[in-house]
Structures are given as C-alpha cells and as structure tokens.
Write a protein that binds this ligand. Structure first.
Ligand code: NAP
Length: 320
C-alpha cells in the first residue's frame, strides 16, 4: 500500500486531497499543528496525525521520518494574499522557508531508506503577479507583486533545485479554486455568504474591495485531482492548473446574486477602500494545455456552476 504525507489537511484543498487519496487506497498521514482549531472536527479517523508546525524544521523532519511516505503533498502555509500583506515576515517563513525544510526532509529520507520519495508543492498563479503575458503558462517569467507571491516564488524555485538534485519534486501552479469549504476570509466565500445573508433578509449590504481584478476561478476538487495526477506522472515537472477563463470580481458578485434569485443587486454592493491591497495582480488567466495534454486533466465545473454550488451551500447553512 502506498502512503502519503499531507501538510495543510485542515484547509480546503487538504481535506479534498485526503478524501481522494483514501478512496484510491492510499494510506494518509498528515502534519497538523497542536493548536489547529479545525483539527478535531474535520480530520477523518483513517488519517494518521503527526504533530508539527511549519515554523519548526525539526517537527517537519520528524513527521517525514515517522510517516516514511511515498508521496509528500506540501499544501500548508499562509494562503491568503491579504494576510501576507499584514504578516509579510511570517509569510516568508511559513510559505517560503519551510518548503526548504520539507524538501530537505524528503531528500534525506530518500537517501537513507533507498526508497524513492515523490514531492508535490502547491505553487500559485501569484508567482506571475503583474504577468507579462496573458494567459500565463509554465514559461511565463516569475514576477510576484505580494509577499505571498514572493514566498511562493522562492518555494517554486527551491522545488526546481531539488528536482535537479535527483528528487521527484513537482509543482502544480494553482490558479484560484473555490468550493463550499473555502473560508470566509477569502473574497469568493465572503461574497457567497454575504449574498446568502441578503437573500435570507439578515443583511442589507455587501462591502468589497477592488471589483475589477480578474481571476481564473476553478473547482477545488478538480485541482486536487490534478495534484494526484502530477504525483503519479512519469516525470517530475511544473504544471499550470487553470480553466483558461477569467472573470472580474464584479462578475462573481453578479453570478452569486443570480444564483440566489436576485436580479437587481447593484445597490446592494458598496466598495470599501480598506479592502484594497497595496498592489494587486490585475489579470490572472492560466494556460493549462500542458497538463491537459500530458496527464489528461480537465476541469469539470464551469464558473456559474461553481458560484451556484457555493451560494446554495451558504443558503442551506442559513436555513438549517
Ligand atoms: P487553506 O484552506 O488556507 O489551508 C491552509 C493550511 O495550512 C491549513 O491546513 C493550515 O492549518 C495550514 N497551516 C498554516 N500555517 C501552518 C503552520 N505554521 N504549520 C502547519 N500548518 C499550517 O489553503 P488552501 O486553499 O487549501 O490551499 C492549499 C495550498 O494551495 C496553499 O499552499 C495555497 O497557498 C495554495 N494555493 C491555493 C489556491 C486557492 O485558490 N485555494 C490558489 C493557489 C495556491 P491550521 O488548521 O493549523 O491553520
């Protein structure tokens, strides 16, 4: 039986990834923080837990040694661009430096056990930042515009370094992906939860930042499926994971109100400058030709379906 170690299992993607791996008969291990509030509610009993923190290299090394995995999926980190502007130093350590500790632990295990270890890093479209081309692909120059993007860019390069060294080290360059499991700290879930509240009559206004930013939004379970294909690929490589369609935040808001049955919504939305970022990537759209052609991946849900699924979930939460 193959085994996998996941970091970030209490997050949106980690939860879907654990379910996918378990359904394929893979023995799932996870690194979790002692203080993780979500830990007890959300992690299934078939997961073997290893206590650790990205801020403690020794705890990462111990989790890798104790789980002795065939696959390592490194999903943990500060994943919010907005939070990275508030805590740039912590973001550098957790989202950037810690990836070096994880890679070194995987490499050392491979060397000492003689058993190959495959490492997949959750990289991000934010490494392209103020992208010099649209759509972006695996060859687009890296040009981050936020502390989060810079930390992810450093981690992305380190994965390439360990690949050259002889580790199966790959990345999924993930564009934004959503689901009902997205926390409300992210704008998409803030929108769907806010729209559901307005539809239910418990709120009268949605306050947002920049409505003109354009993002390429996909369905989280599809993106996790891509990470599994990447770990099982013949060759370790970088793969853009994206739908190839971009929409403005304003369009996301419109689709959410439509899903809730509200057609006249403009007066219900106000822009609050406090939610604007110091610098924002204006237009993200990914070209995922490589993973489609090499690994047979494709997205299964379209933009409107993703927004509807999230709004319907938030409406159900309010009514239950
Ligand atoms: P998420 O929901 O924010 O989950 C983040 C995870 O990281 C949580 O399990 C959290 O655990 C863990 N974590 C944070 N700090 C930690 C620390 N110091 N030590 C150990 N664990 C820590 O993120 P996600 O949306 O699932 O994203 C997964 C990965 O994909 C992230 O690396 C993200 O940057 C990347 N990515 C995501 C998107 C997207 O649209 N979702 C796009 C591009 C890239 P606690 O429960 O302990 O807080």
């Amino acid at each position: 039986m193959s085994s996998a170690l996941i970091t970030g299992i209490t997050g949106q993607d980690g939860s879907y990834l654990a379910e996918q791996l378990h359904s394929r008969g893979i023995d799932v291990h996870a690194l979790v923080r002692a203080e993780s509030s979500a830990q007890e509610q959300s992690v299934a009993e078939w997961v073997t837990l290893h206590e650790g923190d990205l801020l403690s290299p020794e705890s990462l090394r111990r989790a890798v040694v104790d789980s002795a995995p065939d696959y390592v999926f490194n999903l943990a980190g500060i994943s919010s661009v907005a939070q990275s502007w508030k805590e740039p130093e912590l973001t550098s350590r957790v989202t950037g430096l810690a990836v070096g500790s994880m890679l070194e632990a995987a490499w050392t295990l491979q060397e000492s056990s003689g058993k190959p270890v495959r490492f997949v890093q959750a990289s991000s479209s934010e490494i392209f930042g103020a992208a010099v081309e649209v759509p972006q692909n695996e060859s687009t120059p890296i040009h981050p515009v936020s502390p989060y993007g810079a930390a992810k860019a450093y981690a992305h390069h380190l994965v390439g370094v360990y690949r050259s060294r002889g580790l199966f080290a790959a990345t999924g360059i993930l564009y934004n992906h959503e689901s009902p499991r997205r926390p409300e700290a992210f704008v998409t879930r803030k929108i769907t939860a806010g729209v559901a509240q307005i539809a239910a009559g418990t709120s009268s206004e949605l306050l947002l930042g920049n409505l003109d930013a354009q993002r390429d939004w996909g369905w989280a379970p599809d993106y996790v499926d891509a990470l599994v294909r990447i770990v099982e690929a013949d060759v370790a490589d970088d793969f853009v994971i994206a739908t190839g369609e971009s929409h403005t935040v304003r369009e996301f808001v419109g689709a959410a109100f439509t899903a809730a049955g509200i057609t006249d919504w403009q007066h219900l939305v106000a822009v609050d400058e406090r939610f604007n970022r110091p610098v924002d990537a204006p237009l993200m759209r990914g070209d995922s030709t490589k993973i489609r052609e090499t690994l047979g991946w494709k997205p299964t849900k379209r933009f409107d379906e993703i927004v509807s699924a999230m709004v319907n979930h938030d409406l159900e939460l309010l009514s239950s």
